[in-house]
Design a protein. Structure first.
Length: 455
């Protein structure tokens, strides 16, 4: 087992051989939950390395992504120039892509709020539609190794079922999506993760479309719906990544393709995108829970699943935004008799959280990022300690009100049609359960966009 310094030395030597130039400035970036991302300079040229975790290599997937880069470069889609790719057998350690490093910004919070990007923001939604039009014009024959996703809803249900966990909200979402599915259209190349955060923005607008690992052949409206999912708005109100409106996006896409999609069909794909993000959050958490990759980042993503379920219910018109007061705003009285000394458990957690967020001084950007994630994990623990006992009793009462002993029974009844997906009592039980989960994970997320963010 290499130490981190030794591992970086080996990686640097391999990169020097692959790039054909001396390597300087090698550093791991915080971006990328599923792959490692490294920045480096090769003979003065800025490059980015994206590499599979050694414990989870996917050589075929990396090769498909390289195919997309080549096809898009010839179709006028802005992508970084591909320098090299491989399966890792050349000493890189795992499958990888090596590409040019472009100047720009990807962090959504900066793009949405910093004054520097104020003049760029109004341009972006129109550019999104135009670029998606170019992507969807690429003939599937140009990327023959990509999978065809014939029934994404069925695939999603299978992925969710694999965890063996009963979630009535997911069953309700799946039932409603199946009943309201739009008519199919001709399949195209689909990016699969076209969103705020995977788009490199410079002063002219979109400089590059990044992260092609989820590309496939499928319904082009999938990309439009994914782009509009609430998770990628980061608390801002405009429907398209926090930057602009559905109408602007669809009109731009229509100009690029000659066809304006049905807005209701795109909203169906938006709801599916929210459900898909819920399952992705659980998948990422499983990497930690299953021992594949011990990671506080992956662990915390598991608690974001309820946020995505809330978003899917919103998109389907089955719940509403609400303002919930964060329980951490109120102090907690020490329990009596006092068996343990002060500080209390809550006070200790608060102290460690403050240390991670305020006092800890580290230079490595990824460590800074992970410290913030760890602090968020502790706030979740504190909220659950305060709200958990009362919420467990309330949840049992909700289930009893619809004649169910547990979540498994309610999920099964929704899934097999024993209860209607329009039953007001069932809807109320599911809504209340998801609201309670998000109130622990991130109560601000429940608020309407632009409201309640300080609660």
């Amino acid at each position: 087992m290499f130490s981190m310094t030794a591992a970086e030395d080996v990686l640097s030597s391999t990169l020097e051989r692959v790039a054909g130039a001396s390597i300087t400035g090698l550093r791991r970036l915080s971006a990328g939950a599923s792959r490692e991302t490294w920045a480096l300079d090769a003979g003065g040229r800025g490059l980015i390395l994206r590499r599979d975790p050694p414990e989870a290599p996917d050589a075929a997937g990396m090769a498909r992504e390289a195919d997309c880069f080549r096809a898009c470069a010839g179709a006028g889609v802005p992508v970084p120039a591909l320098v090299a790719h491989g399966d890792g057998s050349d000493g890189m350690g795992s499958p990888y892509l090596l590409m040019e490093r472009l100047d720009g910004e990807t962090l959504p919070h900066r793009l949405l709020k910093d004054d520097h990007w104020a003049a760029v923001r109004p341009k972006l939604v129109s550019q999104f539609g135009e670029i998606l039009g170019r992507i969807h014009a690429i003939e599937p024959a140009q990327v023959p190794r990509l999978e065809e996703h014939r029934d994404p809803l069925a695939r999603l249900r299978e992925s969710h079922a694999a965890f063996g966990e009963d979630r009535p909200a997911m069953e309700l979402i799946f039932r409603r999506l199946a009943r309201t599915r739009p008519e199919p259209v001709s399949f195209t190349l689909v990016h699969g993760d076209f969103r705020n955060g995977n788009l490199l923005i410079d002063d002219g607008g979109v400089a590059a479309v990044l992260d092609w690992e989820l590309a496939h052949i499928g319904d082009p409206r999938e990309d439009l719906g994914w782009l509009c999912a609430r998770a990628w708005r980061f608390g801002m109100e405009p429907e398209v990544g926090g930057f602009g409106s559905y109408d602007e996006l669809l009109e731009s896409y229509g100009r690029a393709t000659g066809n304006i999609p049905d807005p209701e069909a795109v909203r169906w794909w938006e709801a599916l995108a929210c459900a898909k993000w819920a399952v992705f959050c659980r998948m990422q958490a499983e990497r930690h829970l299953g021992g594949t990759e011990q990671s506080v980042e992956m662990a915390v993503l598991g608690r974001r699943m309820a946020e995505a379920e809330h978003d899917a219910l919103l998109a389907l018109g089955l719940t509403d935004a609400t303002v919930v007061v964060d329980p951490l705003r109120e102090s907690v009285a020490a329990e009596h008799p006092a068996v343990y000394d002060r500080p209390t458990v809550d006070e200790l957690l608060d102290a460690v959280t403050s240390f991670l967020r305020v006092e800890l001084r580290i230079e490595d950007p990824r460590s800074v990022y992970l410290a913030k994630v760890a602090a968020n994990a502790l706030t979740i623990v504190r909220r659950e300690l305060r709200l958990g006992p009362g919420e467990r009793a309330a949840h049992r009462a909700r289930l009893a009100a619809v004649g169910c002993a547990d979540d498994g029974e309610l999920a099964a009844r929704i899934r097999n049609g024993a209860v209607s997906d329009e039953d007001p009592n069932v809807l109320a039980a599911v809504r209340s359960s998801i609201t309670a989960q998000v109130a622990v994970a991130n109560p601000r997320y429940l608020a309407p966009a632009g409201r309640g963010r300080g609660m």
